[in-house]
Design a protein around this ligand. Structure first.
Ligand code: GDP
Length: 468
């Protein structure tokens, strides 16, 4: 270090032992000191990490059944929080009940000897945000619909998010204790969203519950287990763990603390973890009841201490060999410096109509669109006109449509699904606009239907004209 600092000093650069050096400095130092310098870029390490995360389960050893990971979504005030709390408190023994007042990011319950993991996402925009960060951990979505209110605008957004995530939807028809509950209306509303209830011959399970007094919750858990069983959820258990950070904060005494959920493998105290821009050896691990544990198998949510910094919600984590501590540090530092925005642009998938066009590989490609418009009539007309566009290789897929300005939920949905947003006679909300820039989501604004169809047809035919 002394020699290196000396070289830098002679070149007029003041550096301490903790300063990062740029490439030119490194090459100069190499020349001065007469040593060969090989620069290993963190990006190439990132590629190795991505490859490890993308390894198929079978290559990670013995595959075992695992609990389903469930996220509860729904329109505001329809009862998500009450439901999540009720399921948890019903499952916590009396003596522990004090522990449940504390906020937790996820928990596990036991129903007739089977485990279910619930993730407490603060709303569907956050759900979309997690997915936009590449963190798709949800197997099943519970869609809460209040029986006295029916399907509302945010319910429709939740449905779009669940579908984009490829997660089956189980409907919890909540507040059935209320005199104003109108079950038939809820079922009709659901059918109108292409969620045809089982009792009407469709395949959407609709479970009547009252989150307030606990009615129907056993039934809901049972339905979730049956849905999970159909998915045959499995994961390798005897492998280095990977998974996702649900949320993280700095604890006065313990330093950075992260709620993470193990996707595959088993996480152990002492493991070297790289999680987004943070790394460290797991010093202590706690379950959702605040009990200290030493091992966490797949689908287990745990709170861990030992990371050197606070990671972000949605950051992926993985366990590295102890020897790889230098790699972990380097990657974490590079990520720190590079920051969140740039990390995002590493995601694959086209972002704009132009990019979509330039991506030619594959035979049939989907062009996912989100349509926001001023009136139901406009949406109807757009859907009709877009439906007329046919192409051998490209399928237009409207993944969400709704009346109203472009909001944050739309942007996260577009970001995670690689969709383009068509704003017809509407403008993006301020926060959605800046979010779109950050997430590199294209919002195309139009006032004339035929400009929309012309552009999309143009895109399909490879003749995209500039935005009007
Ligand atoms: P969230 O915004 O979806 O999380 O909704 P909350 O869980 O905060 O519930 C909104 C309101 O509805 C609260 O006042 C709850 O007490 C009430 N609520 C939730 N579930 C029920 C239910 O099953 N029956 C009745 N009567 N009220 C409920």
């Amino acid at each position: 270090a002394k020699d290196i600092i000396g070289v830098l000093f002679r070149a007029g650069k003041m550096a301490t032992i903790n300063d990062p050096l740029d490439e030119n400095d490194l090459l100069d130092i190499g020349m001065e000191l007469g040593v060969d310098v090989t620069i290993k870029r963190a990006e190439t390490v990132e590629d190795v990490i991505s490859a490890q995360l993308a390894l198929p389960d079978e290559e990670l050893g013995d595959i075992q059944p695992r609990p389903p990971i469930i996220t509860v979504l729904g329109h505001v005030d329809h009862g998500k929080t009450t439901l999540v709390d009720k399921i948890r408190s019903a499952n916590v023994a009396k003596g522990e009940a004090g522990g449940i007042t504390q906020h937790i990011a996820a928990y596990q319950v036991d129903h007739n000897g089977h485990k279910l993991t619930f993730v407490d996402t603060p709303g569907h925009a956050a759900f979309g945000e997690m997915r936009a960060r590449g963190a798709n951990v949800t197997d099943i979505v519970v869609l809460v619909v209040a029986a006295d209110d029916g399907v509302m605008p945010q319910t429709v957004e939740c449905i779009a998010h669940a579908r984009a995530a490829g997660a089956p939807i189980v409907v919890a028809m909540n507040k059935i204790d209320l005199p104003g509950a109108n079950e038939q209306k809820v079922l009709t509303d659901l059918a109108n969203q292409n969620l045809l209830p089982v009792e009407w011959g469709g395949d959407t399970e609709v479970v009547r519950v009252s989150a307030l007094n606990g009615t129907g919750l056993d039934n809901l858990l049972e339905t979730l287990l049956v849905t999970a069983e159909l998915k045959e959820l499995k994961a390798p258990t005897d492998a280095p763990a990977d998974g996702v950070c649900l949320e993280a904060f700095r604890d006065e005494g313990r330093g950075p603390v992260a709620w993470i959920i193990v996707r595959r493998g088993t996480l152990r105290v002492g493991d070297l973890v790289l999680c987004g821009p943070s790394f460290g050896f797991i010093r202590a691990m706690y379950n959702d009841r605040d009990e200290e544990i030493s091992e966490a198998p797949p689908a287990t949510p745990v709170r861990v201490a030992g990371l050197n910094a606070v990671p972000n919600a949605g950051d992926t984590f993985l366990v590295l060999a102890d020897d790889d501590i230098d790699i972990a540090r380097e990657v974490a530092e590079t990520r720190q410096v590079r920051g969140r925005t740039e990390l995002l642009s590493r995601r694959g998938g086209p972002r704009t109509l132009e990019e979509f066009l330039s991506k030619k590989e594959g035979t049939i490609r989907d062009l996912p669109l989100i349509v926001k418009a001023d009136t139901p009539g406009s949406i109807e007309a757009l859907r009709h006109e877009l439906g007329k566009l046919q192409h051998d290789e490209v399928r237009i897929q409207i993944i969400h449509e709704a009346v109203g300005g472009v909001n944050e939920s739309d942007v996260y949905l577009a970001s995670s699904a690689g969709a383009i947003i068509i704003a017809f006679h509407v403008v993006p909300e301020d926060r959605a606009q800046s979010l779109a820039e950050q997430e590199e989501v294209e919002i195309r604004r139009y006032n004339i239907i035929y400009n929309v169809t012309d552009d999309i047809r143009g895109a399909l035919e490879g003749l995209l004209k500039p935005e009007r």
